[in-house]
Design a protein around this ligand. Sequence first.
Ligand code: GLN
Length: 530
Amino acid sequence: MATKYIFVTGGVLSGVGKGVTAASLGAVLKSRGFKVNIQKCDPYFNVDSGTLNPAEHGEVFVTKDGAETDLDLGHYERFLSSNLTQQSSTMSGRIYRQVIEDERSGKYLGKTVQIIPHVTDAMQEAIINSSKGFDIHIVEVGGTVGDYESTAFIEAIRQLRLKVGPKNCLYIHVVFLPFLEASQEVKSKPAQNAVRDLREAGIICDILVARADHAVPKNILKKLSLFGDIPLDRVLALPTVDTIYEVPLIIEETGIGDIVCKELSLPNKKSKLNDWTKLVSIIKKPNKKACKVAIVAKYLDHTDTYSSVVEALKSAAWSFDMDVSIVWVDAEKLTKDNCQDKFNKIDAIVVPGGFGNRGIEGKILAAQYALQNNIPYLGLCLGMQVASIGAIRMAGIKNANSTEFDVKSKDPVIDIMESQKKQKKLGGTMRLGDYKCDIVKGSLAHKMYKSEHIVERHRHRYEFNPKYTKQLNKGGLVISGTNPETGLTEIVEAPKHSYFIATQFHPEFTSRPLKPHPLFAGLIGATQKQ
Ligand code: GLN
């Protein structure tokens, strides 16, 4: 069977849930038994998301093969329960870089290199390469149609229809319907204009998804159908719901799954969404009282920065038939004097990943407080580094630090290893993506993973300095996971503690709503034993 392509574009405004819609449709089609892949095409001129400021752009998600991507890939992986690769994240910068490199190497044989066809061809190639081996390939184009910068991607997906044939291609446009408080009505004009904008670019959408914060009256859908030239049964309202994990259920309810199969001549198999239905009923009405987890962080204006951590905590809590209430603690404001106050009613503490000096002393304090007061603790990447620094300081090495925060530190317990120092270029020294970890038998990590050999995703530059292992032990922590090839420290834990574990890797990236990560489940489980 030829691969079927579903292109998801957006209109009116961004941030209305185009990514969640695309991912949910993916979940629905996967549950119908198809092999589904998904790709985000972003109009940014960055080559990847690695250098994007998390305070502005949200979390940098990391794939197993070490791609630093937009947080939408996290949504995709969670909805599809699959591991994506670099090929699922295509930014304009990457495409243009390739075209310029090809031009330099003479690939264009003296031709004038232009956006059409050269850039648009490279974009189509990236889409086709990513789709190989799948029944259905969903492509989300970032931004809104009409944006100057996404024009080339829109043109590329228009041309792809010719290349793969209209029967193998479907366009879904996701628009937003604003609500006017004064007249208490949902308005359709901006959505009509958005459909027109898409048509101006040469694409007539097959399905129009109308997102709205209020119920959408039938006459509005009729208007959209008439002015948009789209059959009424292909204009669907998708009102805002309590939880994003309900969207696959709603999509199936509205009939989008059936329409997609019909339009693409796919066998209309039955979907199996029982797990999602069960999950949504727990999310809506958990039986147990919520637990309180503090996340000690620095980007508090934009909690999207920690989106995978939050989702992993929620999924873990749902697996205990409860909710989690997240308390954001500003690391910069945490002091010895207010620690007790801030953590008084907290069931568990998480210190997530991060880069740079800001808030670091507060994070070290939080780890020490959890260690000394038997509060369940999960440290993620930087969270492991601060836990190690904290423990070693408690063992009497007062100046213990990371060379990331104090280049001249006399006691560099977190440092760049000799082998890395040779690689001068910044970025070249990062450990990115999957690395193996061997776990010490009988440790807490072993108990949680139920395995001695695991693979987890990384995104960091500094490592625990093994010269300080004795002092680490004296401070109450032991190493329970190491990389078999390099001997680098992967996991530390406190044997005499109810639950204190910290990892150099990022378990939050592989946690799924239907399959929470064991270390997060362990943390929530520990709050129930207090
Ligand atoms: N800044 C630390 C490092 O580079 C931790 C990185 C992280 O938490 N992702 O090693």
